[in-house]
Ligand binder design. Sequence first.
Ligand SMILES: [Zn+2]
Length: 231
Amino acid sequence: MAEEQSTRQSQRLQRNKVLKEQRRRNPFWEARWAWGRIKGRAGNLYGNNPQYATVEVRMTRDEFLAWAIPAYTEWYRTHPAENPSIDRIESDKHYESGNLQLLTLSENSLKTKRLKNVYAPPGQAWCTIHKAYLPKDQFYKSDRQRYGVTTECRECVKLKTAQRHSLTFIKRGRRGRRSPRLITYLGKSQTVTQWSVEMNIGQQALFSRLNNGWDVERALTTPMRPKRKLA
Ligand SMILES: [Zn+2]
């Protein structure tokens, strides 16, 4: 019984997922979802984002849909690959008619005041380590960053990389795989494993002898204790 129920439940979830996928980029549905998101965000109803505590929705659902459905339709016609996000043209104002537009997510987040680069003087960019505006040519170009340059200037990027490498150097001896320990005895250097074969001593035994502080000669020349035979 319980099994049957869970099968039915998972079937329903699966169906909802498919349904949602089919409704993607459909202006009718996207506009409705957007309305739900706005209602949830404004006034910080769910406590997710205090920035929205003072933002209000000053339009009815019908007014919103009357704007949104044509707007989404137009968007999907002109932006085959990008999904829009709803922007308040003047961010001091509320969700109200005349103050809404669709933007790509990256355009929209560029408007955020906390992004220093949005308010950068022309030709300059913000270095998050220097905490200052520097000429843009002191930065590496980056397609992954919204402003087209890395978040730190070249100097800081280099410094950080060097620091990271020196940390690995201290920790691991060198980057990547640790080099094997070489044991020198009678003028010959080889790894512990090679010695264990040559001297007919178990590899584990040899490792633990050396790790327990035996000197090289004693570790290599002491014969193995014969294994106790079971009677
Ligand atoms: Zn810097």
